[in-house]
Design a binder for this molecule. Structure first.
Ligand code: PEP
Length: 253
């Protein structure tokens, strides 16, 4: 499987300049835990400031517009986030799909714009509780991904997939290791088919949904889990670093 576990903090709509001290603390600690690759996605307003603080961690955006520029009040293009210091962008997050009614077609257009701007992609997928209870979770997630996986030759360098069951985000509930493994293996199968086994092997599949310091070890030890996308627990350096330490101590790290 691909290189180091990848631990990504998604700050969502949280953080003013007061959060820069957390970013500094995360960055300094990340220099001591090099067995994990660490990144944060602050809100747009902090990307540049966090980028200036960071020597070790990767910086990303939580979304971008699909256009290059123009009359789109309030929107931010992929080139703009890259210019502010972002190296990746999270796309297709379930909160964007729910709050902004983003469709796979729109997500695809954003992916294209982000790749064009030289950004790496973290592509999110995940089922609702109703879908899981019907027994359709794997089928649903594979369909979602089939609709959005970009047609690229260098998936190994450009793509990360994040499996985030919608019902586990911010709720304190997590999927069982068995369910996570089943889903991640199914996603790996699709990546193999789409990109070939060699490229696919380098694409990390993150798990996201209420990952905390006290459950990180178990989740990160599940086969095919290449890291975690972390919301709530990434807002304090202490809890986020608890996950980073767990990642750098997991067996394959
Ligand atoms: C997320 O929204 O990407 C997420 C995983 O959030 P939380 O860790 O708070 O569940």
């Amino acid at each position: 499987m691909a290189e180091r576990p990848y631990i990504v903090g998604n700050w969502k709509m949280n953080g003013t300049r007061a959060m820069l001290s957390e970013a500094r603390a995360i960055d300094r600690a990340a220099q001591r835990y090099m067995k994990a690759e660490v990144a944060v996605a602050p809100p747009y307003t902090l990307i540049h400031a966090v980028h200036r603080e960071a020597e070790q961690i990767g910086i990303g955006a939580q979304d971008c517009h699909d256009g290059d520029d123009g009359a789109h009040t309030g929107d931010i293009s992929a080139a703009m986030v890259a210019d502010a210091g972002a190296k990746f962008v999270i796309l297709g997050h379930s909160e964007r799909r729910a709050d902004h009614k983003e469709t796979n077609t729109q997500i695809n257009a954003k992916i294209e714009a982000a790749l064009e701007a030289g950004l790496r992609i973290i592509l999110c997928c995940g089922e609702t509780l109703a879908t899981r209870e019907k027994g359709d979770a794997v089928e649903f997630v594979l369909k979602q991904l089939k609709a959005s996986l970009p047609k690229i030759e260098d998936a190994a360098e450009r793509l990360t997939v994040a499996y985030e069951p919608v019902w586990a985000i911010g709720t304190g509930k997590t999927a069982t290791p068995k369910d996570i493994e089943e889903m991640h293996r199914a996603i790996r199968g699709l990546l193999d088919e789409t990109y070939g086994a060699e490229q696919s092997a380098e694409v990390r599949i993150l798990y996201g949904g209420s990952v905390k310091p006290d459950n990180a070890r178990e989740i990160l030890s599940v086969p095919e889990v290449g890291g975690a996308l972390v919301g709530g627990a990434s807002l304090s350096a202490e809890s986020f670093l608890g996950i980073v330490v767990a990642a750098s101590e997991t067996e394959d790290a």
